[in-house]
Design a binder for this molecule. Structure first.
Ligand code: EPU
Length: 355
């Protein structure tokens, strides 16, 4: 195992800000992950498991522990013979390659998750979701190293504690497991998921013919690109960590008050069901705009995306401090206007814990 020192983390993130990792390890297997964790313990510092860096905000001071870059990639497709197929993917594999393989093999379940940046290992951690699908519905199980017991464990989807952008890996058991492989279960020949408004509208405008899985995945990539949510070197709006804020879940009876504040009818407040009739999920982007933050609003070299206010963008050479200042302005502004305190979506690294 090679332990590198003082490695700048900015280039390992899509946001492109932040200082260096005191130590940095490229881990290609279980033994290297364990060795790196043991090294961190011996130094009396923490460790951090890094995937694609697409949902990560690193502080300007950097990280004083050991960053373990999960490098093991690999994809296998297995026909289970019962109308379902599994894709087995190494944690370091790029997520979009899983979607591409699924679509190529005519398997449904993750076609609407096309174009999401990041790695396979991160997909269950924040339970990635878009356009009406969440990855939790297609995960069969995953393999992880339990860093407490140093044992390999298989964890089934039902044990993962999945919720909206949530799992036990980013909540109750944060830092305990290093996910090394994920098994996705997909339906061979299944119909594409066409529930989300943007996707429905896309095909309605094109004659309303039932699209294939590949066409839906391509449409989702196009829709994401329009919103600056498809990473591209030449699209500054995509130099972000995706949605910077979670969509807040509030009591359904709060909607009328919000509508009054916004000067619109309750039916105009974008909202999504949560499975609990007493609670609705609101659109953070809508709340942000209604609180006076417009697309493209800049503070220093940090800005809200000019295509979607939910993303904070590095316009080139921004510091983490500038990102944080804009984040706090949005958090405080939305709270002052609506009474709702939004929650940050990306993981923070190298910041002092909130007091
Ligand atoms: N809206 C605005 N202003 C904007 C953009 C959107 O007011 O600048 C309002 C519109 O009313 C729109 C509504 O917000 O109808 C919802 O917007 P959108 O369809 O873009 O979805 P979102 O709720 O903002 C979520 C996910 C995205 C995911 C999309 C599509 C979160 C935090 N974000 O965004 O995920 O791609 O739905 O399913 O749940 C991510 O997590 O990084 C991410 C990009």
């Amino acid at each position: 195992m090679t332990i590198l020192e003082n490695i700048s983390l900015a280039k390992y993130t899509t946001l492109g800000v932040g200082g260096a990792a005191r130590w940095f390890v490229e881990a290609d297997g279980d033994e290297e992950i364990l060795a790196a964790v043991r090294f961190a313990r011996a130094q009396g510092v923490g460790h951090f498991l890094l995937g694609g860096g697409s949902n990560l905000l690193v502080s300007d001071e950097g990280y004083s522990g050991v960053v373990i870059h999960m490098a093991k990639s690999g994809l296998a497709w297995v026909d289970e013979g019962d109308g379902f197929a599994c894709i087995l993917a190494g944690a370091g594999t790029e997520w979009d390659q899983v979607v591409q393989l699924a679509v190529e093999k005519n398997c449904s379940g993750i076609e609407c998750l096309a174009g999401i940046p990041g790695s396979v290992g991160a997909s269950p951690v924040q339970n990635i979701g878009a356009y009406g699908q969440e990855v939790s519905h297609s995960i069969l199980n995953l393999r992880a190293l339990d860093l407490e017991t140093e044992k390999v464990v298989d964890i089934s989807a039902s044990e993962c504690g999945f919720g909206y952008r949530r799992s036990l890996f980013n909540s109750t058991q944060k830092g305990r497991y290093a996910i090394t492989r994920v098994v996705y279960s997909l339906k061979i020949g299944g119909a594409p998921w066409l529930e989300y408004r943007d996707v429905k509208q896309y095909f309605a405008e094109r004659g309303g013919v039932q699209p294939s899985l590949a066409e839906v995945a391509a449409a989702v990539r196009e829709i994401r690109a329009r919103k600056g949510m498809l990473y591209a070197e030449d699209d500054q709006d995509s130099h972000s960590a995706g949605s910077f804020f979670k969509n807040p879940v509030v009591r359904a009876d709060a909607v009328a008050g919000l509508a009054a504040l916004a000067g619109c009818g309750a039916e105009e407040v974008p909202q999504y069901p949560t499975g609990d009739a007493a609670r609705v999920k609101l659109s953070a982007a809508w709340l942000i705009e209604r609180s006076g933050f417009t697309k493209g609003l800049a503070m220093g070299r940090a800005a809200l995306s000019s295509k979607h206010v939910l993303a904070i963008v590095n316009r080139g050479g921004a510091t983490a401090g500038e990102i944080v200042d804009l984040r706090d302005a949005v958090l405080d502004g939305v709270q002052a206007r609506t009474g709702i305190r939004l929650e940050q979506e990306p993981v923070s690294l190298g910041f002092a814990p909130p007091s």
